[in-house]
Design a protein around this ligand. Structure first.
Ligand code: ADP
Ligand code: MG
Length: 259
């Protein structure tokens, strides 16, 4: 459902993505792993065109765009892409001056032009779904990080995106709070939401993803099923990266290929 081909992106002449190819099937979860600075966030941001690549093509559902260094994609294409994606950030990025409910309603009212009662009903449904209905009137600052992230997930789901882009959704949270966010993400995956997620959390990747992509220096070094990539990496760079992360978090019966 999502196909990135030959994606190239540089900042100030420094290449950050070098001809990246990624294929994501509808209803599947793909985890993007790799060292800090490898281009994970940039790749996610290219999917909803927060960053515009210089070359390559992006297909999302039935919308396709071919990037060129000398022209930006048409505004209409950008809007079509954005409408199909929801994004969740490491640091939640809720609007601090709005209640949880208003955060979730905001886009429906201002972008989608829904009337407020309809937007409110949809937002309450979503807060219910992420276990935050009781905190609908709370301000973000009064919520824990895990609660804020669950509200942020509800907000991203509000316009019914076809794909969720999650950038290190649990990295800012201590393990207990990360757990409640992981549960919500697992539930979404079980319901068939297509997701592309950058994460350092191998346990999250192993529990939720059908595909793991290991990115280093803006290049896809290896892609495969989580168990294969984490326990029997084909490339020495993947093996070196995986060995720096704690492996006790992977399912015990996976074995670690002698390591
Ligand atoms: P990751 O998410 O894997 O840590 P990023 O995609 O954030 O990696 O960054 C990849 C590289 O691109 C880094 O070297 C980073 O400094 C650089 N970079 C990211 N965004 C920008 C930007 N807006 N301007 C300049 N350099 C950037
Ligand atoms: Mg990042």
């Amino acid at each position: 459902m999502i196909r990135l081909q030959g994606i190239v992106k540089s900042f100030d002449g420094n290449p950050v993505l070098r001809e990246v190819d990624v294929d994501i099937a509808e209803g599947s979860v793909t985890a993007l792993v790799g060292p800090s600075g490898s281009g994970k966030s940039t790749l996610l941001r290219c999917v909803n065109l927060l960053e515009v690549p210089e070359a390559g093509t992006l297909r999302l559902g039935d919308v396709q765009v071919r990037f060129r260094a000398d022209a930006r994609p048409p505004r209409e294409t950008v809007q079509q892409m954005r409408r199909q994606t929801g994004m969740v950030f490491q640091n939640f990025q809720l609007f601090p001056h709005q209640s949880a409910l208003d955060n979730v309603m905001e886009g429906l009212v201002t972008v989608q032009k829904w009337d407020r009662p309809r937007a409110r009903a949809r937002a309450m449904e979503l807060l219910e779904k992420v276990g935050m209905a009781a905190k609908a009137d709370a301000w973000p600052a009064t919520l824990s990080g895990g609660q804020q992230q669950r509200v942020a997930i509800a907000r991203a789901l509000a316009p019914s995106p076809r794909v969720m882009l999650c950038d290190e959704p649990t990295s800012a949270l201590d393990p207990t709070l990360a757990g409640e966010v992981v549960e919500v993400l697992q539930q979404l995956a079980a319901e068939g939401m297509t997701m592309l997620m950058a994460t350092h959390d191998l346990r999250l990747a192993a529990s939720i993803a059908q595909q793991v992509i290991f990115l280093e220096g803006g290049t896809v070094v290896e892609a495969g099923a989580p168990r294969q990539v984490f326990t029997q990496p084909r490339d020495a760079r993947t093996a070196a990266f995986v060995s720096t992360l704690t492996q006790s978090v992977l399912p015990a019966d996976w074995g670690m290929n002698g390591r």
